[in-house]
Design a protein. Structure first.
Length: 563
């Protein structure tokens, strides 16, 4: 029997994350989006995290000390009947595997780019993760009110640097001091730019608009002084750029957008709240609602079978993509964040934990907002629910599902581990605390704070730690001390790349002999090679044609079984 309303509930959901380089304006954009959803009423409520005040996701001691958001949570709001789930990814200089993993719970990504800077390194890394998953990507080019690079240049860069085709949905007229607004290529309207201060003074809620076919439109490009020469010049540039886009640009193709092959591009200024609402509207129109995900069904005596589980299925299912211990230091609790993938989630529901093969009751589902915890009564595909993990049994990548009506148990394909770029060994100040250290390391590795690699033949002794961002080591030390009472020292190692290696010809000694490479094992006993430079990685790839060097670990799925 179909679940009432499920189609409608799935259809109205959009679950996405914003990817960007620090300072591109993610906090500012998030804040404006939340204002549209009425989720916050005070401008600056999100921003305040930088000033170390109460904020939406600022709960960890270290975050408070540094005034940054290290953890990831979800911001949910309603916009004209649509349920928006914005996965909040950390926006500080450093970033962690958490950021990558969050993208596995998203159905789309918004790539935010600073118009003066173009594609920056962190955006590129995050983009690669989105591409790996085939996520649809929407581009918002921000800070047009400031001196910017040529818009055509920026578009070109998307293709050259990221290798993605793009289709501008809007086009800016002028930039910086001469930024006059954006032309909406779909509605054929020009939206005139006004700084937020000026817009507030005039009490205008929406930007002034004009049809681009209006013969007098060009005269309005003269800015506050009404300079007609300037107006003419801006208009000519606008016209020739648009002609170029018409003839040489990629045509809009919704299927290509949904397949992650074409990115629709928007322009605006988040700080001035200009272009943001139009972007949100188009995003809702074009971004996908939750789609089916591949489930793996174990067979007794045969290879597992893979089948797509549709969100509108009667069978409830979800997977855990993030675990956070000690969210509330007073309670020392552990919260596992679940993405609902199919069916209807209801509080106190009994589900099967696929990896452990046992029934569990989901009795403490939570939502977090502005440091408040709210019990969730129900949720739909695309929603994120925090689950209080009282038994400590949940792991990243775990699937839960119902089995009513004889539905089979399955697991979603795992959440991959990503190759770290920072490596270190840990020294303990008090050797009596070795046991606590081991326990802490294991738990925090499970959360994904760091990855642990064994040195071959040394068992669990003196492991090498790997992190996607260097700040993760600081987080690790801070938490080991605060939560496990272990004071540690970190000794950084000179490696910069790690690759999981697949192939029967691997001879680990060959890599251990060299000064610039080292062969280790991950928690599942899979070989991982560390490299000290781009050059040594290239050398290995060129000279070992029979080996495959992977940037992500084979799936985490079923780690419990392997252990
Ligand atoms: P992030 O989360 O991506 O790191 O960026 P954030 O929103 O904090 O923005 C970084 C800086 O860029 C902030 O300035 C912010 O005000 C500014 N900014 C964001 N969007 C725009 C825009 O559209 N135009 C202009 N001109 N600036 C923008 P700040 O000086 O670091 O902070 P604040 O003093 O403004 O708070």
């Amino acid at each position: 029997m179909a679940i009432p309303h499920i189609e409608k509930e799935v259809e109205r959901r959009r679950t996405f994350a914003i990817i960007s380089h620090p300072d591109a304006g993610k906090t500012t954009l998030t804040e404006k989006l939340l204002l549209y959803g009425g989720a916050i009423h005070l401008a600056g409520a999100v921003k305040a995290k930088k000033n170390q005040k109460n904020t939406t996701s600022d709960w960890m001691e270290l975050e408070k000390q540094r005034g940054i958001s290290i953890s990831t949570s979800v911001l949910q709001f309603d916009y004209h009947g649509n349920q928006i789930n914005l996965l909040d990814t950390p926006g500080h200089k450093d970033f962690s595997e958490d950021t990558y993993r969050t993208l596995t719970a998203a159905d789309a990504a918004v790539m935010l780019i600073d118009a003066a800077k173009g594609v920056e390194p962190q955006t590129r890394k995050l983009f690669e993760v989105c591409r790996m998953r085939g996520l649809p990507i929407f581009t918002f080019i921000n800070k047009l009110d400031r001196p910017s690079r040529e818009p055509l240049d920026l578009i070109d860069e998307l293709e050259k640097v990221l290798g993605i085709r793009s289709c501008p949905m809007a086009w800016p007229i002028g930039t910086g001091d001469r930024f006059r607004g954006v032309y909406d290529r779909i509605s054929n309207e020009v939206l005139f730019f006004e700084s937020e201060d000026r817009a507030n003074q005039s009490g205008r809620l929406e930007p002034k608009k004009i049809d681009a076919n209006d013969p007098d439109f060009w005269k309005m490009l003269g800015g506050p002084r009404g300079d007609l020469d300037e107006a003419k010049e801006l208009y000519e540039t606008f016209r020739s750029e648009n002609e170029l886009l018409e003839f040489a640009g990629d045509q809009f193709d919704h299927a290509a957008v949904l397949a992650g092959q074409l990115t629709p591009v928007f322009f605006g200024s988040a700080m001035n709240n200009f272009g943001v609402e139009r972007f949100l509207q188009r995003f809702i129109e074009l971004a996908p609602s939750p789609v089916g995900r591949v489930g793996v069904y174990d067979q007794r005596d045969a290879e597992p079978v893979k089948k797509v589980v549709v969100p509108t299925s009667d069978q409830f299912s979800g997977f855990f993509f993030k675990i956070q211990a000690n969210m509330d230091p007073a309670h020392r609790d552990r919260v596992a964040f679940m993405r609902v993938c199919s069916g209807h989630f209801e509080r106190n529901m009994e589900v099967t934990h696929s990896r452990l093969g046992k029934k569990v009751k989901l009795s403490k589902p939570l939502n977090f907002f502005a440091q408040e915890r709210v019990i969730v009564e129900d949720a739909w595909p695309g929603d994120i629910v925090g689950m209080l993990d009282t038994t400590g049994e949940l792991r990243i990548g775990d699937t839960v599902c119902t089995t009513a009506g004889g539905a089979s148990v399955f697991e979603y394909q795992g959440v991959p581990r990503f190759s770290p770029e920072h490596f270190a060994q840990m020294l303990i100040k008090d050797p009596m605390k070795r046991k606590q250290l081991q326990k802490g390391l294991e738990q925090l590795a499970e959360e994904g704070v760091v990855q642990i690699y064994r040195q071959r033949g040394m068992g669990d002794k003196d492991p090498v730690l790997g992190a996607v961002g260097a700040l993760q080591f600081e987080v690790l030390q801070h938490r080991l001390l605060g939560e496990y009472g272990v004071d540690t020292k970190i000794e950084k190692m000179g490696f910069v790349h790690a690759r999981w290696v697949v192939g029967s010809d691997l001879r680990p000694e060959e890599f251990d002999r060299r000064e610039d490479t080292r062969c280790l094992e991950d928690r599942d006993g899979q070989p991982v090679i560390l490299f000290k430079s781009d050059w040594s990685l290239r050398w290995a790839v060129d000279n070992h044609k029979t080996l495959e060097f992977r940037t992500t670990a084979p799936e985490i799925r079923g780690t419990g079984k392997k252990k």
